[in-house]
Design a binder for this molecule. Structure first.
Ligand code: ZN
Length: 450
């Protein structure tokens, strides 16, 4: 949540929930203190080691009063009976994917019941690792439930009831995640308000205070306290071991990774274009994967750019597609990012419609003259059209002039003969000083005002 002060835990970066999902959670759980709650898109390493494999889990921190909600992204990435429609929630942004079902949001709502259970139970005590009223409560309930984990386990029953009521309410109102996530729909009524004012939405807002108690069995109480303390000691000990071992493991894996990177980079640099193009897709994917493993530096990025520039467009599409266009773009920064965007635009892997005016300006700035002068005329034409369409502000005008300054007179003349990018189109869009600059740039290229 916005207010969370936790940025990292268990070696994982905290995830910022989309604002509309935050608002939904604030509405459903008005008493949760979000400053001590954080959301993660992966599970802690020590949980992974145990083979645990549910959708998500809520756990207290070992040392503080913080509460962590972990999404099991690997499990969620696999389609299953309960969420066949899930394409790939590589991150919780999938919450916002148009057409996404309410599955992920419902899971989040389930986990937040556990957050509330933790906070309520621990509110009047100082947590000591896992030795705290909340974990003791949960384990006691588990013991009294015959050590069976199912949706009838009291803590889980509360969470599942809430989850089911939410799903039923959302679907009766015709709301899906895309709507929750404020995908711009100017005509639609505010979906959150619609939900909050509905009868079923109102019925859901009851989760303000919950302290789930189970059987009053003294033995179970003592046993679960010991068990909770035991879990705390084990996790703490394992963490200490990890803290000691990690730097050694990282040292060797970096050593290995950088030699692999070096080999691939040298290979791409020294091989001829036709040699690179003759290799199989699987080989190329493997090479790029090696460059992307670990931190991706400018050298790695430039090697990938050289490789892509040696391939015909269908193979560029295959290679980039095997990583996912967005994942591929995410590996690049600065000038290399601009060059990659142009290269993908040239090949039609990236569509111009995915860039708004700001995107075009950033791309031109990043790619610089070297990138712009290497772009195809049809891509240049598309970029100009994007900048000229709608309202053309000062930055758009300066970007147009900067692009013109990078292009040859021949290319400019070709562009000026194309629909939507004729002299008059520039004249009617560009105003004031920028228009004077435009005319000057053209004059310098030997192209007079018609
Ligand atoms: Zn649960």
């Amino acid at each position: 949540m916005d207010e969370s002060v936790i940025t990292h835990a268990e070696g994982l970066p905290a995830y910022r929930l989309p604002p509309c999902v935050q608002n939904l959670l604030r509405f459903l759980y008005p008493t949760i203190n979000w400053r001590t709650v954080a959301f993660f898109n992966d599970i802690p390493w020590w949980l992974e080691v145990t083979g645990w494999d549910a959708n998500a889990i809520t756990l207290p921190d070992t040392f503080t009063n913080q509460i962590y909600v972990f999404f099991n992204s690997k499990k969620l990435a696999r389609p299953s009976a309960s969420h066949t429609e899930l394409v790939y929630p590589n991150d919780l942004n999938a919450l916002c994917r148009p057409g996404q079902s309410t599955h992920l949001v419902a899971t989040l709502i389930h986990e937040c019941v556990h957050v509330l259970q933790f906070q309520q139970a621990d509110s009047s005590s100082i947590p000591l690792g896992y030795l705290r009223p909340s974990t003791t409560d949960y384990l006691k309930c588990w013991a009294c439930h015959g050590f069976v984990y199912d949706d009838q386990l009291p803590h889980e029953k509360e969470a599942y009831d809430q989850e089911r009521q939410f799903t039923a309410c959302a679907s009766s109102l015709g709301l899906d995640n895309a709507v929750w996530c404020c995908v711009p729909q100017p005509s639609a009524a505010d979906p959150l308000k619609h939900f909050m004012t509905s009868a079923c939405g109102q019925a859901l807002v009851k989760m303000q205070s919950v302290r789930t108690q189970c059987c009053d069995n003294a033995l179970a109480g003592l046993g679960s306290s010991i068990l909770a303390a035991g879990v705390g000691v084990l996790v703490t000990a394992a963490k200490i071991v990890l803290i000691l071992v990690t730097p050694i493991v990282e040292f060797f894996s970096d050593l290995f990774n950088s030699t692999e990177d070096d080999k691939v980079r040298d290979d791409i640099r020294s091989a001829s274009g036709s040699n690179l193009a003759a290799r199989s897709d699987a080989d190329l994917i493997d090479m790029v994967q090696k460059l992307f493993d670990g931190p991706t530096g400018d050298d790695d990025e430039n090697a990938v750019l050289r490789l892509l520039s040696c391939l015909p467009c269908p193979r560029v599409a295959t290679l980039v597609g095997s990583f996912g266009v967005q994942n591929f773009l995410d590996e690049f920064q600065g000038a290399e990012y601009g060059h990659l965007q142009l290269l993908l635009l040239n090949c039609g892997v990236l569509s111009l419609s995915s860039l708004d005016d700001n995107g075009v300006c950033a791309l031109v700035k990043a790619a610089g003259c070297a990138g712009i002068s290497g772009a195809s005329v049809s891509v240049l034409h598309g970029l100009f059209l994007q900048l000229l369409s709608g309202y053309t502000d000062d930055e758009d005008e300066q970007t147009i002039n900067a692009m013109m300054g990078c292009l040859s007179a021949t290319t400019i003349r070709t562009v000026l003969r194309m629909n939507g990018t004729r002299w008059d189109d520039f004249d009617s869009a560009i105003q004031g000083d920028e228009w004077d600059d435009f005319v000057d740039v053209m004059k310098a290229k030997g192209i007079p005002e018609p």
